[in-house]
Design a binder for this molecule. Structure first.
Ligand code: NAD
Length: 407
């Protein structure tokens, strides 16, 4: 049995900790006491059906702890799943939370293999080896979706582990990479998951290019929708017709206000920063297209408001239904609707926000309500990135581009 410490109990860390704790001894480390308290009571700090079910009913060898030092000391493997936020000034991910963990591990247990699951810039693991030549590092990209974090690890599309070729432990690390891939595969419910062992730098690139492709696809169908809306065409019909080509497919093609969430906005910008001094047009366009789409949506909303004001002779109340990115999500990190709110504020249009998960009574100067009936009564126009049955009775006042009513 392998002893594993997982640093960070967010979407990535917690799903991996639960998956691996079915057959290994796992310490789940975090710096937030409330999260560890919940986990000790076998409750999930994030909304995820499979994590909740496994914590409550499966036989897991899982020890949640705030004592990272103590956990890393006992571990054969330390999985690092701390945040890496994009820093627009440095044009790079802020990897300091990853390095905080690395420095403790090197102090208390330098023999342990550290497996980075956080998304990092291309070349990062190589640079770690230069900076900490005695450290044993692997990089394994994570492809899960929020809300389906454990599900996606129980049914992984692929398992990839990258070995830094500049490490003096490269041969030994290649063996640990295969062992780690086996641990992930063993914990999953599938038998035939493709496993790729490659260099760490290529593995880092896989993650950024995969997310940038997803952003490209969202941006593409959003621009199709912009074209259709401005030309008086039915975007639904066009998208259905386009998607039936099996090379394109009818999945992941539902228009929205823009791509958002924790990963796509930062990972696309990070990939663009990696292209510095290299020829490219498409990657910049994918980043830029998201701004253009939000500008267009905000313009459309402003137009509707002007029409309502003209017809009614009063200043209409605009509502924003939910700040979350997807229906069913439990956080609104970098959700695209926030970009719409900001643009409306710049045009001098305040909004009433309905967001039941937000405790504050104000969100960037906008009033927040938790009372859906009051929200529906007060609003003349409701802006919703994703449709919900809750809106059925006021459908005539809803502005959305959620054409297929799914994510
Ligand atoms: N969320 C996703 O869908 C997703 C998917 C693939 C990859 N990733 C990447 O994985 C990484 C983590 O993402 P996430 O969504 O799980 O983040 P998250 O914010 O949900 O969780 C990170 C956790 O790390 C904890 N933490 C911070 N510093 C710590 C430290 N020094 N020691 C221990 N714990 C610490 C935080 O308290 C938090 O609970 C990011 O790099 C992200 O880009 C995320």
């Amino acid at each position: 049995m392998t002893t594993i410490a997982v640093a960070g109990t967010g979407y990535v860390g917690l799903s991996l900790a639960v998956l691996l704790a079915q057959r290994n001894k796992v310490y789940a480390v975090d710096v937030v006491p409330e999260k560890i308290e919940l986990l000790k009571r076998r409750m999930s700090p994030i909304a995820d059906a499979e994590i909740e079910e496994y914590l409550a009913h499966e036989n897991l060898d899982l020890t949640p702890t705030l004592d990272g030092r103590g956990a890393y000391e006992l571990a054969d493997i330390v999985v690092i799943a701390t945040p890496t936020n994009y820093d627009p000034d440095k044009l790079f991910f802020d990897t300091s939370y990853v390095e905080q963990v690395i420095e403790v591990v090197l102090e208390v247990n330098p023999q342990a293999t550290m497996i980075i699951k956080s998304t990092v810039p291309v070349g990062y693991t190589r640079s770690l080896v230069e900076r900490y030549p005695h450290g044993r590092f692997l990089f394994s990209p994570e492809f899960l979706r929020e809300g389906k974090a454990l599900y996606d690890n129980l049914h992984p599309s692929r398992i990839i582990v990258g070995v830094p070729s500049n490490s003096s432990f490269a041969d030994e690390l290649a063996d640990v990479a295969r062992e780690f891939a086996n641990l992930l595969a063993e914990g999953s419910l599938d038998d035939d998951t493709p496993v790729l062992i490659m260099r760490a730098t290529e593995a880092e690139a896989v993650k950024l290019f995969a997310n940038t492709y997803l952003a490209l696809r969202v941006a593409y169908f959003n621009e199709l929708d912009t074209y259709a809306a401005l030309s008086g065409l039915d975007a639904c019909q066009i998208i259905k017709g386009v998607g039936l080509d099996p090379r394109i497919g009818s999945h992941y093609n539902n228009p929205s206000f823009g791509y958002g969430g924790y990963c796509l906005p930062k990972d696309t910008k990070q990939l663009l920063a990696n292209y510095r001094h290299m020829p490219q047009d498409l990657i910049s366009a994918i980043v830029e297209a998201n701004r253009t789409r939000k500008d267009f949506i905000a313009e459309e909303v402003a137009k509707r408001i002007a029409e309502i004001a003209y017809a009614s002779g009063k200043v209409p109340t605009v509502g924003v239904y939910r700040l979350v990115m997807k229906s069913g999500s439990d956080n609104f990190r970098s959700s695209s609707v926030q970009g719409i709110l900001r643009r409306l504020a710049e045009k001098g249009i305040p909004a009433l926000v309905y967001e039941p998960t937000l405790e504050a009574s104000e969100f960037y100067g906008n009033e927040v309500t938790h009372d859906l009936e009051y929200f529906k009564r007060r609003c003349d126009l409701v802006v919703a990135n994703r449709w919900s049955e809750e809106l059925d009775d006021i459908s005539d006042k809803v502005f959305t581009r959620d054409l297929f009513r799914r994510d």
